[in-house]
Design a protein around this ligand. Structure first.
Ligand SMILES: Cc1cc2nc3c(=O)[nH]c(=O)nc-3n(C[C@H](O)[C@H](O)[C@H](O)COP(=O)(O)O)c2cc1C
Length: 510
C-alpha cells in the first residue's frame, strides 16, 4: 500500500525500517535534574512500539546551564539513564534512536536574553568541546547516532542566522563566517564518534523573520554540511526569539510569533507548508553530486501524503512530530493497511501551549489526565445509540453540530467531523473533538454544507458514519437590535490550563 514509505533506508551504518521519522519534541516529562525517568522511557518506548523508523529524542543539553524541565547529556552521570532508554527502545522494535543535542544561552523573565555577540572565543571553544563530549556519550550509551540542534532560537542557529552581528570571524555578513562554529562543532563531533556513527544536523530551511535567511542560503548551508560529511539533514523553520511575544514576568518563548507558527504550523496552515525547503536543499545537493538524505517536516499529516512526497521525490525521509504524538501507532497501522484506524492530529497546538507553559506535553485528543498515548488491541468499533445521532442548528451566523454520545466496549476516545462543501460529492475530515458538540467557525454564507461524524475508540476503531446533516448560512445576517454579540473564541485557542509555574529565572524550550 505504501511501497516507498516502507522501503528500509540506510544512513551511514544503520538501516531504518521505514522512512518515517519522529523529529525531536520536548516532552517536559523529565525533572529539572535532566535525568531519564519512567515517564520519559514510557513515552519513547511507545513510539518504538508504533514502529516509526527513526526516533529523535527531545533536545538534551550539552552543558549544565539552568533551564526548566529538560533532559541532559552534559556529564557522565546521565549515561546510565540514557543507556537504559536506548536499550529499551531497541528491545521494543526495529526503530532506531538518536538524541538531539542542544546548547542554549541564558534568558530571563525581564525579556533580557544573552546574545551570541556576548560570547568570548573561550566560550565558543567550550561549546565545541561540549558538543563533542555529548556526542561521544551518545555513542557510549548505545544510541544509533546523534543529531546536532542548530535550529530555532538556540546558540548554533544564532550563529547560522543572518541576524548574527558578531564583528569577528564567527559572524557578520559572510556566510562562511556564520558557518564557522557549526562546522567546527561538526568536525569535533565526528572526531569524537568516528566515521561509522550517524551524525545528523537540524537547521532552519528558512528563519521566517524579517531579514532572516531563506532557502537561498539554507541550500548552501545544506551543501556545506554535506561536503563536510554529515549523514543526514533535517530541516525545520522559524521558532525565533526575534519575533517572539514577550509576556510580562515570563521568559521569552520563541514560538509565539509568526516564526513560531511556521515552525509548528497550526490547523489553518496548508499541509506540507515547509516542503519547498527540503526540495531546494535537495536540488542543490544533487547538482553537486551529493546524496545526503533530507528529512522534510511540517504538517505532513498522513501516510498517504508522506507516500506521495516520496513518490514525487520531494524528500528522502518524512518527519511527523504532532501526528505521531496524536497516534504513535500511525506507522504500524499504515504498514498493516489499517489507515482508517489512525487517530488524526488536527494541529490544534495544545501540545505547543503545554510546552510553552512548562507543563507535561500531551496530545489534546488523548483521554483526559493521561500522560501517554493510550494503547489497545481491541477491534470492536463504537456504536451509535440511535439511528440519527447528529443534528444541526444555524444560529448567530454559525453552524452548530451536536450529537448523541456513542458507546464502546472499551471507551470512546473522540469524534471525527467530516464536511462537504460540494453538495456531498467529497467529504474531508476537518476536525476531531472529545466532546459531543462543535461549531464550524470556518463556514461561510452561500455555500451548502453537509456534515457527518464518526466516533472512534482507544484503538482507533471508527464507528459507521452518522446521518448526514445539511446547513447553509444565510447571505444576509439579521443584526439584533442591541447590536451583534461578540463571537466567542473557539475553545482550542484558550486551552484550560493553570498559570505557568516557572521555578528558575532562566528557562529554555527546544
Ligand atoms: C511540543 C513540541 C516540542 C518540540 N520540541 C522540539 C525539539 O526539542 N527540537 C526540535 O528541533 N524541534 C522541536 N519541535 C518541532 C518539531 O520537531 C516539528 O518540527 C514541528 O512540530 C513541525 O512538525 P509537525 O507539523 O509534524 O508537528 C517541537 C514541537 C512541538 C509541538
Amino acid at each position: 500500500m505504501f511501497p516507498n514509505l516502507f522501503t528500509p533506508f540506510r544512513i551511514n551504518s544503520i538501516t531504518l525500517p521505514n522512512r518515517l521519522v519522529l523529529p525531536a519534541m520536548v516532552t517536559r516529562l523529565s525533572g529539572e535534574d535532566g535525568f531519564v525517568n519512567k515517564d520519559i522511557t514510557d513515552r519513547y518506548v511507545r513510539f518504538a512500539k508504533g514502529e516509526v523508523g527513526l526516533i529523535v529524542l527531545e533536545a538534551m543539553a550539552v552543558h549544565s546551564a539552568k533551564s526548566g524541565p529538560l533532559l541532559r547529556i552534559s556529564s557522565d552521570e546521565y549515561k546510565p539513564g540514557l543507556k537504559d532508554l536506548a536499550s529499551k527502545i531497541h528491545d521494543t522494535s526495529d526503530s532506531k534512536v538518536v538524541p538531539q543535542i542542544i546548547h542554549f544561552l541564558k534568558i530571563a523573565r525581564s525579556g533580557w536574553r544573552q546574545k551570541i555577540e556576548d560570547l568570548s572565543i573561550a566560550d565558543i571553544q567550550l561549546i565545541v568541546e561540549q558538543y563533542g563530549q555529548a556526542a561521544l556519550r551518545a555513542r557510549e550509551c548505545g544510541m544509533d547516532g546523534v543529531e546536532m540542534h542548530m535550529a530555532h532560537a538556540y546558540t548554533l542557529s544564532s550563529f547560522l542566522s543572518k541576524k548574527n552581528k558578531r564583528p569577528d570571524l564567527y559572524g557578520g555578513k559572510s556566510l562562511d563566517n556564520r558557518m564557522r562554529l557549526p562546522l567546527q562543532v561538526m568536525k569535533r563531533v565526528r572526531e569524537m564518534v568516528g566515521n561509522d556513527f550517524t551524525v545528523g544536523v537540524r537547521f532552519l530551511g528558512e528563519e521566517c523573520i524579517k531579514g532572516g535567511y531563506t532557502t537561498e542560503e539554507s541550500a548552501i548551508i545544506a551543501l556545506k554540511f554535506a561536503q563536510a560529511g554529515i549523514d543526514y539533514i533535517s530541516l525545520s523553520a522559524g521558532g525565533k526569539f526575534e519575533d517572539a511575544v514577550h509576556k510580562d514576568g515570563e521568559v521569552l518563548y520563541p514560538y509565539t510569533g509568526y516564526s513560531g507558527d511556521r515552525c509548528m504550523p497550526p490547523m489553518e496552515y496548508p499541509d506540507g507548508y515547509n516542503l519547498h525547503m527540503a526540495e531546494s536543499a535537495r536540488r542543490m545537493l544533487k547538482r553537486h553530486g551529493l546524496k545526503t538524505p533530507v528529512i522534510a517536516t511540517g504538517k505532513i499529516p498522513s501516510p498517504e501524503f508522506a507516500e506521495e512526497i516520496l513518490t514525487d521525490d520531494r524528500a528522502d525521509l518524512i518527519g511527523m512530530a504532532r501526528a505521531l504524538l496524536a497516534d504513535p501507532d500511525l506507522p504500524r497501522k499504515a504498514r498493516l493497511g489499517e489507515t482508517d484506524k489512525i487517530v488524526k492530529c488536527i494541529y490544534w497546538n495544545i501540545c505547543k501551549a503545554l510546552d510553552e507553559n512548562f507543563h507535561q506535553v500531551v496530545c489534546g485528543l488523548w483521554p483526559k489526565d493521561e500522560i501517554q498515548a493510550p494503547y489497545s488491541e481491541d477491534t470492536i468499533a463504537p456504536v451509535w445509540p440511535v439511528a440519527e445521532p447528529l443534528s444541526v442548528l444555524v444560529r448567530s451566523g454559525n453552524i452548530r453540530l451536536s450529537w448523541k454520545q456513542a458507546t464502546d466496549n472499551e471507551a470512546v476516545m473522540g469524534y471525527e467531523v467530516w464536511r462537504s462543501d460540494d453538495n456531498g460529492s467529497t467529504f474531508s475530515h476537518i476536525y476531531s473533538i472529545t466532546t459531543s458538540m462543535w461549531t464550524d467557525h470556518l463556514a461561510a454564507s452561500g455555500i451548502a454544507y453537509q456534515y457527518y461524524i464518526r466516533a472512534y475508540d482507544i484503538a482507533g476503531n471508527k464507528s459507521v458514519s452518522s446521518n448526514i446533516v445539511r446547513a447553509e448560512l444565510p447571505l444576509e445576517v439579521e443584526i439584533p437590535k442591541e447590536g451583534p454579540k461578540p463571537i466567542a473564541k473557539p475553545a482550542f485557542l484558550k486551552p484550560p490550563m493553570a498559570k505557568p509555574v516557572v521555578t528558575t529565572p532562566e528557562n529554555v524550550t527546544a
